[in-house]
Design a protein around this ligand. Structure first.
Ligand SMILES: [Zn+2]
Length: 376
């Protein structure tokens, strides 16, 4: 009994520290007293945890705030760059890098053309480019929490091996362990899973949504009670290969009529010479051909969304490269979805992703940020 009580008091102490640290990270600056009031904790509890976080170099004291007399309370602020994490998104023809700080802010991102080749040379060159990119943002190597690497493919449960990727021509199940030469914990992710990590998973009440990645491949991830469901074979959420039109267009996986052939970012970027931003810019300027392409795209998207909604009964988040451009078209998507929904006359459950830029690279980095904070 004593033992159980002692354990639970340690758990409570740790939980308090986590709640206090998360609250400080949400603010630019805050007083101990305001923290105590807003979190419903005693001032000594807040003061003790603030001292520990100061000692660990994760927050700092800054100046004082105006007071109505007596002692002026000092303010504390997060040191967001005390730790950083690096995310890498590998696609067929590009790599994207992003550095993220403890507040989840993107310090820098970079997208460059690089054709994927399954070879030692490729991985060595990607690691070298990652190191160079990191060197311009990381002053203290020990501040790097981790290096997350996302692929358009299936990754082993332990996050150490790539099992297969039709997109990268790794079709037979294999166990490929890329030799990433970065001095930090490294983990591989499926690209849609990583993009999903860039959403707020630690909401109250716990998050429930399906994250749809509309990038050069289409994927997805389902979040139930703040946890991503991977499924028995790490393939949960692979909605790019849902068959919408039997005998329809050829899918890169070998099947036909799969949603990927209708919903990938490439189907919009290709008519504009390969650049998605050009497609949306010209559509907005009144290009009739692009308007018709987008209209068909949004109708097919609505069909997939309503099918997901019927199965899962949760919010549907539009992410990936296309998701970043859908703001002006969100109501059109909702109208098209609600026309197909037998149960309700609005589709407010369709929403846009939180990170519009490089969500896959950002999510790969945020995995390490969230892990560090939750273990504080
Ligand atoms: Zn397919």
């Amino acid at each position: 009994m004593d033992h159980a009580n002692r354990l639970s008091s340690i758990d409570v102490k740790r939980l308090n520290r986590l709640i206090i640290y998360r609250a400080i990270l949400r603010e630019d600056k805050v007083s101990r007293n305001d923290l105590a009031v807003s979190l419903g904790m005693s001032l000594p509890t807040v003061a003790q945890n603030v001292k520990e976080l100061l000692d660990r170099g994760l927050i700092q004291e800054i100046g004082t705030m105006a007071s109505t007399g007596g002692r002026k309370p000092s303010l504390i602020a997060p040191l967001a760059q005390a730790r950083l994490a690096l995310g890498l998104d590998i696609t067929q023809n590009h790599i994207s890098l992003a550095v993220v700080d403890l507040k989840g802010q993107i310090l820098a991102h970079q997208r460059t053309q690089k054709k994927f080749v399954l070879s030692e040379d490729y991985f060595a060159s990607v690691a070298a480019r990652s190191s160079d990119f990191l060197a311009t943002h990381l002053r203290e190597p020990s501040a790097l929490l981790g290096y997350g690497v996302a692929f358009p493919g299936i990754v082993s449960e332990d996050g150490l091996a790539l099992l297969n990727s039709h997109m990268l021509n790794i079709c037979e199940p294999q166990t490929i362990r890329p030799p990433f030469r970065i001095e930090a914990p490294t983990r591989l992710f499926n690209d849609a899973f990583a993009a999903c990590l860039s959403e707020n998973l630690d909401e109250t009440p716990p998050a429930n949504f399906f994250y749809l990645t509309l990038s050069n491949t289409v994927g997805g991830a389902q979040v139930i009670n703040g946890k991503i469901l991977k499924g028995a074979n790490q393939r949960g959420g692979e909605v790019g290969h849902v068959s919408l039109f039997p005998d329809g267009k050829q899918c890169y996986c070998g099947g036909k009529g799969h949603y990927d052939s209708y919903g990938s970012a490439l189907s919009l970027a290709a008519p504009a010479g390969g650049r998605l931003q050009d497609f949306f810019a010209q559509e907005a300027e009144g290009n009739a051909e692009f308007a018709a392409i987008l209209d068909a795209y949004l109708k097919n998207l609505a069909l997939l969304i309503v099918n997901l909604r019927m199965c899962l009964d949760c919010d549907i988040v539009l992410g990936g490269y296309v998701g970043g451009f859908l703001g002006p078209y969100l109501q059109r998507v909702r109208d098209a979805v609600s026309a197909l929904d037998s149960f309700q006359d609005n589709a407010d459950y369709v929403r846009l992703c939180r990170h519009k830029m490089e969500s896959t690279a950002v999510g790969s980095a945020l995995y390490f940020i969230d892990k560090f904070i939750s273990e504080i």
